[in-house]
Each structure stands twice: as structure tokens, then as C-alpha cells.
Write a protein that binds this ligand. Structure first.
Ligand code: F0G
Length: 351
């Protein structure tokens, strides 16, 4: 076996790169596809988790960022900018370091998880907290990239989705074909569009015999696709997907409709229940937004929308350590003891 080389080298012939493209990589991708035993039992399906929190900066964004930053470097960019609910900024900051570029990030003030803020800061990004939501940040970032010499690396950058489509390739490469159903959280709607691109490409070239039904899930307080129009004041505890006006609207609608799928919503309560279930029953710690895919699968299964025996992949998009507050607040306070085996044993109920 040889070492994983990052998504650009692994899928070079399927990506818009040439010998002139400087590959800026942290060896992203190659993430685990973990069989989910409890979820399989609950849904009477064969469920797998694509654990994207195992990427170098802890989210799927690294797949798109290696492409966006490599292409920006090829174009001679010295600076990049993005709007973010946290993960894009963490990824952009890290890849900008690798490329020797400066990185500016615009985040909604007070609405991004602490771990993600820490990542942007430790990698030396110029971070501005904007008094507005993600949609306001994106509008601002777009303006700045037009008026100033700074490259935009949000998913409206066409290279981002090219990189992100490699997750679908990996799934087919591992399973031997596409699954029946693919579930994932939807925020700015880039990822569902990218997966669909990847699945379609593999089917067209005969690498897969079919494409899956794409099931996207938004938080109920930030569900523009369910509403059919932008949401002015999106609200959810899943800050990563607290987005009211998704940039990849048309692509996501096409993914939904061409695949025979759906974009539905789940409540914050369902998201947190799935978040705890993943941690306690599957041993996989994700951030709340990531659990929307699993909350959605459980809802669809209960409603009879997925046939028993289906092969299902749920993408869990980000690492739980990015937003540990929700893990701590739901757990009993730890007990403190003296250095004493007897009290330890008695506290642990071993006696
Ligand atoms: N899950 C996580 C953990 C995310 O960070 C995001 C998006 C999504 C799901 C939704 O993906 O936007 O492609 O539909 N985060 C972006 C960010 C918006 O700025 O980090 P999407």
C-alpha cells in the first residue's frame, strides 16, 4: 500500500489541474466510510457514515480548499478572502499558510463555534466579525473580491465544488458502486451540488452503474429550500448551516430533482438527538450541523421514505471538537476525587 496523496493527486485526471498548477495540499480526503451498526438496525438499511471530520482541518471544506487555493496560486494570487460560518474560514486559513498567502475571513459576529474561531486565529488569518449573518458576510466578501486584489474562495468559486465532488468518488471506489441513497446537511448548498456532480460523472463514465437519490436536510429555522424562498433571519443551534440565502440554489435544486431526491428540514431537537446518538451509539463525534444528515435519515425512515434494505451513506461533515459546548452542556458534571483507589472504585460503581 502507498500513502494517500491528497485529492488532487489521487483524482488528478478528473480535476481541472495541469502540470502548471502548484498543488497546495494537506493530504485531505481518503476519509473513513464507517459502517453504522445502530443506525442500520434502526432503519433496517445498510448505513455508512462518511466521516469528513477526519480531514486535516476537521471538515469536508479541505477538499474544495486544496483546489481553490492551488488554482489561486496558479493565477498568482497573494491574498484570499471568504465568508464563513466557521469551517470554510478554518480551512482557508490553513491552506493559505501552505501557499504563503494572506487570508481574510468574514464571520457572523458571535455565531461561529469556538474551535473554528481558534483555527482561523492560530493560522494567522485576518478575521473580521461582521454584525450580520452569513448571507451578509458572503455579499461583503463578493464585493471585496471584485473591488480589491483578493481571490474569493467560497463555494461560488468553481474550483471548490470540483474538489468536493471527490468525496462521491471515494464512496463509489470503496463500495464498488453508488449507494441507493445519500444523505447530507444543506447550508449554502455547495456540498450537495458537488456530490451530485461526482456521482453523475462516475455514472456517465461507467465507474458506477447508477446514481443515488440525494436527500438534503436543513435546520427548520434555516430552511429556504423547504420554504421555496430565502429566509431573512435564519436561526438554528447548528451554526454551520445557519444560512438563509444559499449561493448554490439552482445546482442544489437540480441535484434534488435529477436524482429523484428531496431537501427537507429537521428541528434543532432532532439534530441534537442525532448528535448524541452518533456519539453514544456509533462512537463518532460530529458537530451539530453534521448530525442533520442522520436526523434526516431517521425522519425519512420513520415516514417510510426509504425502503428497507437500502444502502445509505450519510455524510457527517465536521468534527465534534469544533463545537464542544453542546457535548459538555448535555452531560452531567464530572465528579472530583482524591488520589484514592477506593473512592474511584466506589464512584465508578465497581464495588
Ligand atoms: N456541515 C458543516 C459542518 C458545514 O460547515 C457546512 C457549511 C455544511 C454542513 C453545509 O454545506 O454549505 O455546502 O451546503 N459550512 C460553510 C462554512 C457555509 O462557511 O463553513 P454547504
Amino acid at each position: 500500500a502507498r500513502a494517500w496523496r491528497g485529492i488532487i493527486e489521487e483524482y488528478r485526471d478528473r480535476l481541472p489541474v495541469t502540470d502548471a498548477t502548484p498543488v497546495v495540499t494537506l493530504l485531505e480526503g481518503g476519509t473513513p466510510l464507517v459502517p453504522a451498526h445502530r443506525l442500520s438496525q434502526m432503519t433496517r438499511c445498510e448505513v455508512f457514515l462518511k466521516v469528513e471530520g477526519a480531514n486535516p482541518t476537521g471538515s469536508f471544506k479541505d477538499r474544495g480548499m486544496t483546489m481553490a487555493i492551488s488554482k489561486a496560486a496558479e493565477d498568482g494570487a497573494k491574498a484570499v478572502i471568504c465568508a464563513s460560518t466557521g469551517n470554510t474560514s478554518a480551512s482557508a486559513a490553513a491552506y493559505a499558510v501552505r501557499a504563503g498567502m494572506t487570508c481574510a475571513v468574514l464571520v457572523p459576529n458571535g455565531k461561529i463555534a469556538m474551535g473554528k474561531l481558534a483555527q482561523a486565529l492560530v493560522h494567522g488569518a485576518r478575521l473580521l466579525q461582521v454584525d450580520g449573518n452569513f448571507d451578509d458576510c458572503l455579499e461583503l466578501a463578493r464585493k471585496l473580491s471584485v473591488d480589491y486584489p483578493v481571490a474569493l474562495v467560497n463555494s461560488v468559486n468553481k474550483y471548490r465544488l470540483q474538489g468536493q465532488k471527490t468525496a462521491a468518488f471515494e464512496i463509489v471506489d470503496t463500495l464498488g458502486d453508488a449507494p441507493d441513497v445519500h444523505c447530507l446537511p444543506v447550508g449554502n448548498a455547495g456540498n450537495i451540488s458537488a456530490y451530485w456532480m461526482g456521482y453523475k460523472e462516475y455514472a456517465k463514465d461507467g465507474v458506477a452503474s447508477r446514481t443515488p437519490r440525494m436527500l438534503g436536510f436543513q435546520a427548520s429555522g434555516a430552511a429556504p429550500f423547504v420554504k421555496g424562498e430565502p429566509v431573512l433571519k435564519p436561526q438554528t443551534i447548528a451554526t454551520a448551516i445557519r444560512i438563509g440565502n444559499p449561493a448554490s440554489w439552482d445546482l442544489a435544486v437540480a441535484a434534488r430533482d435529477e436524482s429523484g431526491g428531496a431537501i427537507d428540514s429537521v428541528t434543532d431537537r432532532q439534530i441534537l438527538a442525532a448528535y448524541r446518538l452518533l456519539a453514544r451509539e456509533e462512537g463518532v463525534f460530529v458537530e451539530p450541523a453534521s448530525a442533520a444528515s442522520v436526523a434526516g435519515l431517521l425522519q425519512a425512515s420513520e415516514r417510510g421514505e426509504v425502503a428497507a434494505g437500502s444502502r445509505i451513506v450519510c455524510t457527517v461533515t465536521g468534527n465534534g471538537l469544533k463545537d464542544p459546548d453542546w457535548a459538555i452542556s448535555g452531560a452531567p458534571a464530572p465528579t472530583t476525587i482524591k488520589v484514592d483507589a477506593h473512592s474511584a472504585a466506589s464512584e465508578l460503581g465497581l464495588t
